[in-house]
Design a protein around this ligand. Structure first.
Ligand code: ISC
Length: 389
C-alpha cells in the first residue's frame, strides 16, 4: 500500500484514462492511538478488462448486483496499484433541514401503488415482508470528473458509513454511503448485522420505536440467526440487543451478530455470503418469494443497488501486540486475509448529466403506503445532500 499525497488527483487521472478503480473508507477507521486519522484506500486497476468473481477465493474488491443470477465484478488485487491517504476526521453532519422538496406526482403514485400491492400480498399470506424500492433521477450538470468531488463530499458528510466511489468503463460510475455491513470475516471470526426500521434523526438518538419498525427489524434478526444456524458451520453465534444507530439524517434499529466458523474460511466464504445475501433488510421473507415479487413488480432493474461490495480476501497486516508480556507477538507482524462486505444502499449511479438515486424500504402487514413513500424521500436525502451545491 502506497501512502499518496495526490490521492484524489490519481482518481481523476484513472477516470480520464477510462480505467477501473474503487476508492473507499470503511466505517471503523476512526482515530486510534496508532492511526491518527481515518484512512481512505483505492485500488487502481492497470487494465480495462472486466473481471468477474468466480468462487469467492479471489482477492480484490468485489462489486456484486442484487440478483445473484447476474455476475459480480472484481477489481483483482494482483492487477491493481493500491494507494491510501488520511483525511481529517469529520463528523456526521448531514442536516435534515436541507430537505429538497421534489414532488414528482407520477413517481409518488407509482411507488404508492407498488407498496399497496406489496401490503395486499403480505395480508393474503404469501409474504411476511418485502423491501420495495424505486429510482429518483436528479440533474447532475457537472462532468464525470466532478464525481471525485462528490466522493470527497460524501467522506466529509458521513463519518460512520462505508463511503465509496466505484468505476468501470463497461459498467459505469457508482457512489454511496451505506450504513449496512453484510459480512466481516477475519481468521475464523465473522460479524454481520440486522439493520431495519427507519425514522428521521431530529437531534437525538434517544428515541422510541413504533411496533411496525420493531417487528420489521426483529424479522430480519430472527431470519439471519436462523439462516446461520442452518448452515451448521458456526460455533457460538451471539447477538446484541437491538439499539438505535445513526446514518446521516436517519436513525435505524440495529442488532450486531457474531460467531466463529468451525470450517476452513476459504471453503466456507461463498456459502456464507449467499446465506446472508439478499438479507430480509433489502429483499424480504420468505427470501425466494420476496425476490420473485421484487423482480416482477418493481418497474426498473436494481442492478447494483442492494447488492454488496467491499474487500474480498485482502491481506491485512496485524502489527505486534502492545501486551508487554507477549514477547512473541511483539516480534512479528502477521498477515491475515480479511473480507469486509457492505450492502449497497444510499447509493447513486452517474449517467451522463444525471444522477440516478436508488431508495427502498421494508414493507410489512402494518405498513402505510404514504409513510413508506415519505421514508424513501428521507432516505434519498443521503445522496441529495451532496448533490446540492
Ligand atoms: C432498503 C433500504 O434500507 C434498508 C436498510 C435499513 C432500513 C430499512 C428500512 O427501514 O426499510 C431498509 O431495510 C434503502 O436504504 O434503500
Amino acid at each position: 500500500m502506497i501512502i499518496s499525497d495526490d490521492f484524489f488527483d490519481q482518481l481523476h487521472i484513472q477516470l480520464q484514462k477510462g480505467l477501473p478503480f474503487v476508492a473507499y473508507r470503511k466505517p471503523e477507521s476512526k482515530p486510534s492511538r496508532h492511526q491518527a486519522e481515518p484512512r481512505v484506500k483505492a485500488f487502481l486497476q492497470s487494465d480495462s478488462q472486466l473481471y468477474q468473481v468466480d468462487d469467492y477465493t479471489e482477492s480484490g474488491f468485489v462489486f456484486a448486483p442484487f440478483d445473484q443470477e447476474e455476475s459480480a465484478i472484481l477489481i483483482p488485487l494482483e492487477k491493481s496499484t493500491c494507494i491510501e491517504t488520511v483525511l481529517n476526521s469529520s463528523s456526521e453532519n448531514s442536516d435534515s433541514s436541507k430537505d429538497i422538496a421534489v414532488e414528482a406526482e407520477a413517481a409518488k403514485n407509482s411507488h404508492i401503488e407498488l407498496v399497496e400491492k406489496g401490503i395486499a400480498t403480505i395480508r393474503s399470506g404469501k409474504l411476511q415482508k418485502v423491501v420495495l424500492s424505486r429510482q429518483e433521477i436528479f440533474d447532475f450538470a457537472d462532468s464525470l470528473e466532478d464525481a471525485v468531488k462528490l466522493f470527497h463530499k460524501l467522506l466529509a458528510t458521513y463519518s460512520s458509513a462505508f463511503v465509496y466511489i466505484w468505476f468501470h468503463p463497461e459498467i459505469g460510475l457508482w457512489l454511496g454511503a451505506t450504513p449496512e455491513a453484510l459480512l466481516e470475516v477475519e481468521r475464523s471470526r465473522f460479524k454481520t448485522m440486522a439493520l431495519a426500521g427507519t425514522q428521521k434523526y431530529q437531534g437525538t438518538e434517544d428515541v422510541t420505536w413504533g411496533e411496525k419498525e420493531k417487528v420489521e427489524q426483529q424479522l430480519v434478526t430472527d431470519s439471519v440467526l436462523n439462516d446461520l444456524e442452518q448452515l451448521q458451520s458456526m460455533d457460538k453465534i451471539e447477538h446484541s440487543e437491538p439499539y438505535t444507530t445513526r446514518a446521516g439524517s436517519l436513525l435505524h434499529l440495529r442488532t450486531d451478530i457474531q460467531g466463529v466458523l468451525k470450517v476452513n474460511v476459504e471453503n466456507a466464504l461463498k456459502k456464507l455470503i449467499f446465506t446472508l445475501h439478499p438479507t430480509p433488510a433489502i429483499c424480504g421473507l420468505p427470501k425466494e418469494a420476496a425476490k420473485d415479487f421484487i423482480l416482477k413488480n418493481e418497474a426498473y432493474h436494481r442492478s447494483y443497488y442492494s447488492g454488496f461490495l467491499g474487500e474480498l480476501n485482502v491481506p491485512v497486516t496485524h502489527h505486534r501486540s502492545s501486551n508487554r508480556n507477549n514477547r512473541e507477538n511483539q516480534a512479528y507482524a502477521s498477515i491475515v486475509k480479511t473480507t469486509r462486505l457492505f450492502v449497497n444502499l444510499r447509493c447513486m449511479q452517474l449517467v451522463g448529466n444525471k444522477a440516478v438515486l436508488y431508495i427502498g424500504g421494508g414493507i410489512t402487514k402494518d405498513s402505510n403506503a404514504e409513510k413508506e413513500w415519505e421514508e424513501t424521500q428521507n432516505k434519498a436525502q443521503t445522496m441529495k445532500a451532496v448533490l446540492v451545491k
